[in-house]
Design a protein around this ligand. Structure first.
Ligand code: UGA
Length: 435
């Protein structure tokens, strides 16, 4: 079937490429000329493992265009995957791009079609889109559906191709039939992923509820880590011990520097606002937001304490800048407040990230030194701070680190490195949640 995707950003690109892999003909609309040129030359504007290969493999069924009208012509489903940045001041998602896209699509359509939102949008947006579309094209039977995505950056293709579930909010048999065909490749054997059809509002809320729950789970284990440090317990063993309970489950129990990225921070905040306005405040998620903000602000203090309370004039190596591994995304990364504070307190910073350096440059202070690899960053450093859990950092031996560094302090905010080997080599190691 023919599908149009409005927006060649992260979600649009991954979803479009995966739909092509399902066997659909996909036209991706990208308004930014430079980004469009890159996509047409098959250069991926984002780092996502496997994406370039997937696009190359299904090239014949993928088209990139600036023309929305051309893309939607003959499409049975038009997906909207444009950005919804947090609006300045009030924490709400800015929906102007979504509404503008819906209206443009409606005006461009020549036959009945289903307009599907993939962007994460507040509860009630689908119904507002339905009104906008109906006003723009009273002559045409346009259905509206909500189909939230559950893709983790760095793992997005596997998440899309092997989903735990597909959620579709829609209220007509025709929309349901079209979306069932869109996802037939994963809904039928051997994958047989459950496809949940719900009301529009329910699908929209499932997305926020899923991210808020996961953010809460991460925040919970982070608080357990702080407690473990005080009482002489080990958070890794606590995570293992509770995760074996099938009701809890082992995933998203890795304590760390606090959650970041383009989703958890934005979506928890948006849910808090939505709930407040609906008169049903989510006190738990309000607390998750506050606890996580405080945690990200406190990472620098952990480093400063590990260095005896003063970092002025000290050289500190920082390994990893992105909000997690396997991405180049710097949005809301814990590295940002950490580096800013250490720099402000007079430390000399030497940083390295395998993918995020370009995105990080405009967000970090100008004085810091950008290094070519992890060992180069460690050279002559008094202390090393691990911020992102890139696997390659684990491969660097304690002996190599010993030879490179001037000092003997390692602050591992991800419990990534081999602590026993570092201790044996004479390092003082500060991990997370190790009492
Ligand atoms: C998240 C969700 O996992 C996806 O299902 C969802 O589709 C996506 O948001 C979205 O709304 O688009 P993502 O932001 O890519 O995906 O990253 P996660 O892997 O969920 O990690 C989020 C944050 O939590 C990161 O800062 C990560 O370091 C942190 N985290 C995660 C931990 O500190 N510990 C864990 O055990 C897991």
């Amino acid at each position: 079937m023919r599908i149009a995707m409005i927006g060649g950003g992260y979600v649009g690109l991954v979803s479009g490429a995966c739909f092509a892999a399902f066997g659909h003909e996909v036209a991706i609309v990208e308004a930014d000329a430079a980004r469009l040129a890159a996509l047409r030359a098959r250069r991926m504007p984002i780092y996502e493992p496997g994406l370039a290969e997937l696009v190359a493999e299904h090239d014949a069924r993928l088209r990139f265009t600036a023309s929305l009208a051309e893309a939607v012509a003959g499409a049975e489903a038009v997906f909207i995957a444009v950005g919804t940045p947090t609006r300045r001041g009030d924490g709400h998602a800015d929906l102007s791009y979504v509404f503008a896209a819906a209206e443009q699509v409606a005006r461009a359509l020549t036959a009945p079609t289903v307009i599907v939102t993939k962007s994460t949008v507040p509860v009630g947006t689908g119904r507002r889109i339905a009104r906008i579309v109906a006003e723009a094209r009273p002559d045409l039977a346009i259905e509206v559906a909500s189909n939230p995505e559950f893709l983790r950056e760095g793992n997005a293709i596997a998440d899309f191709m092997h989903p735990d579930r597909v959620v579709v909010g829609c209220e007509s048999a025709r929309a349901r039939e079209v979306l069932a065909r869109v996802y037939a490749a994963v809904a039928t054997p051997p994958l047989s992923a459950p496809v949940l059809f719900t009301r529009l509002e329910t699908a929209e809320l499932i997305k926020y509820a899923a991210n808020a729950f996961l953010a809460m789970k991460v925040t919970f284990i982070n608080e357990m880590a702080d407690l473990a440090e005080r009482v002489g317990a080990d958070v890794g063993e606590i995570a293992h011990g509770i995760g074996l309970d099938a009701r809890i489950g082992p995933r998203f129990l890795q304590a760390g520097p606090g959650f970041g990225g383009s989703c958890f921070p934005k979506d928890t905040l948006a849910l808090v606002r939505i709930a407040q306005e609906a008169g049903a405040p989510t006190r738990l998620i309000e607390t998750v937001v506050a606890v996580n903000d405080a945690r990200k602000a406190a990472n620098a203090a952990r480093v400063i304490a590990a260095m005896g309370g003063d970092v002025r004039g000290k050289t500190i190596a920082v390994w990893g800048l992105t909000f997690k591994a396997e991405t180049d995304d710097m949005r809301d990364s814990p590295a940002i407040p950490l580096v800013a504070r250490l720099d402000g307190d007079g430390a000399r910073l030497r940083v390295f990230d395998p993918q995020g350096m370009e995105q990080a440059r405009p967000l970090l202070p100008g004085r810091i030194e950008w290094c070519d690899d992890a060992l180069a960053a460690a050279r002559g450093a008094d202390a090393l701070v691990v911020v992102t859990e890139w696997k390659q950092f684990r491969d660097i031996s304690a002996a190599a680190l010993l030879a490179a560094m001037a000092g003997r302090v390692v602050v591992d905010l991800r419990n990534l490195l081999d602590e026993a080997a570092l201790l044996e080599a004479g390092f003082a190691v500060v991990g997370i949640g190790k009492g």
